[in-house]
Design a protein around this ligand. Sequence first.
Ligand code: ZN
Length: 136
Amino acid sequence: MIRTQEFQAKFKSLFEHEKNRLLFSGRASNEQFAVQSDDLMDEVDFTSFEIENQMRMRLATREALYLKKIEEALARIQAGTFGQCDECEEDIELRRLEARPTTTLCVACKEAAERNEKLHIDGHSHKSLGRTIKFA
Ligand SMILES: [Zn+2]
C-alpha cells in the first residue's frame, strides 16, 4: 500500500506547486503576446508572428490540459483515490507516479491507452502541419 498520508501530502504539494507555476507562466506569455502584436510591421514579420502565435497557442492548449490533469489529481487526493488505477483499481507503481504524477493508469492499463493516444496525437499534428497559413 503506497497511499499513506505522507504520500498524499507529497503529491499534493507537488501539484499545487505545478499549478502555481502554470498559472504564472500563462499570465507572463499573455503579456509578451500583447507587446509583440503592437510591433507588427510587414507581412514577413506577421507570418513569423503568426507561426509563433500558433505554436504558443498549441503550447497553451497543452498547458491547459496539464492544468486540468493537475486539478483532477488534486481532486483525487481529496477523495483519497490518488495513486489508484482508473481501469483495474490497483495501486499505480510509485516509480511511475514519480515520473508522471498526473497519471491515472497503471503501466499495464496505460500501455493500451497510450497506443490510442499516440494515434490521436499523430493525426492531430499531421493536420496542423499540413495547413497553409493565409491572410485576407
Ligand atoms: Zn490498471
